[in-house]
Design a protein around this ligand. Structure first.
Ligand SMILES: O=C(O)CCC(=O)C(=O)O
Length: 308
């Protein structure tokens, strides 16, 4: 990221007076985000930032391995296999259904998730876009994109299609790969400027076994965007891609022999719909009420704010 930090801009016409936070965006990045609908932050996080979530995911992989051993799907827990390959090796030769039995994406209440979602660099970046009153949306996912599993590929969609009725506009997705993501293992692809659409007609796809939502590509509202090419965004581990919940995006299958681990987190201003039908989010930053920011204990007990 460039050295110079500037005022954060909540929307193209409003300037918020926050400066110089370690993860904050430059003016150019903020302007790019509002114009194109996304922004890439190269290596926003380092290994120590990613350690808590990797620990949470390694714990889950071990639980899965023990369960697979118990039911006779595997003979070896592969304890010495590294984070990048263990889950791939565990599922080698098994079916998509074997993998899907543990969920296509995971949303556990493990402390590592909370620590990761509260990472100051992530929140600084989000603050640059929406200001310092930030609510962590209940929809967060860790994605173990295992090689050659159909559910690893995600079709063109708007996140908003998962919460069409929510009065939360816009929710910002922060997508972070925990390993280098590229065209071989299925990095993210974005269709620029489609954040200017409303909710596009969509349907549930039928080929991955998980019924992802998929935009109706011939919907008339997409016609003006057909002349804009999609961008493929290979990024290094710890980078972040921020986009809003109307920005159309997808990812291709994982054709490598390693797991394409990623996490997608979501944030919104505190005055928006907390979307409690999707779970319990939490107040993760507030300059007006710092005393109300949820602690780990609050989060583990499903309280959106600090209990006094
Ligand atoms: O991680 C992926 O491959 C897709 C992510 C995605 O669609 C999302 O975060 O909304």
């Amino acid at each position: 990221m460039a050295e110079q930090k500037v005022e954060a801009i909540a929307n193209p016409s409003e300037v918020i007076p926050t400066v110089g936070l370690p993860g904050s965006l430059t003016r150019e990045q903020v302007e790019f985000y509002w114009r194109e609908g996304y922004v890439v932050l190269d290596r926003l996080l380092d290994e120590s930032d990613m350690a808590p979530i990797k620990e949470a995911l390694s714990f889950k992989v071990s639980k899965i391995a023990y369960e697979m051993l118990r039911v006779g799907k595997i003979k070896d827990l592969l304890l010495s296999e590294p984070f990048e390959t263990r889950l791939a090796r565990l599922f080698e030769g098994l079916s998509d259904a074997d993998f899907l039995a543990f969920g296509r994406s995971w949303r556990d209440r493990h402390p590592g998730y909370f620590q990761f979602m509260s990472n100051p660099r992530i929140l600084d970046a989000v603050e640059s876009l929406i200001g310092p009153e930030i609510f962590s949306n209940p929809v967060y996912n860790a994605r173990p994109k295992v090689p050659r599993v159909a559910a690893g590929a995600v079709p063109w969609h708007q996140d908003r299609s998962y919460w069409p009725g929510a009065n939360a506009n816009p929710v910002i997705t922060v997508w972070i790969p925990l390993v280098d993501a590229d065209e071989v293992n299925g990095c993210l692809q974005i269709w620029p400027r489609t954040h200017n659409t409303e909710l596009v007609e969509h349907h549930a796809e039928t080929y991955s076994g998980t019924a992802y939502t998929e935009v109706d590509i011939d919907d008339a509202s997409l016609q003006p965007y057909k002349k804009i090419s999609a961008v493929t965004l290979p990024v290094l581990a710890g980078s972040a891609i921020l986009f809003n919940d109307r920005c159309i995006h997808m990812s291709t299958p994982n054709n490598s022999d390693r797991v394409r681990w990623s996490v997608d987190l979501r944030y919104q201003p505190t005055d928006q719909d907390p979307m409690t039908n999707h779970g319990v989010g939490f107040l993760c930053r507030s300059s007006s009420h710092p005393d109300r920011v949820a602690t780990l204990d609050d989060w583990l007990e499903f309280r959106p704010e600090r209990s006094s």
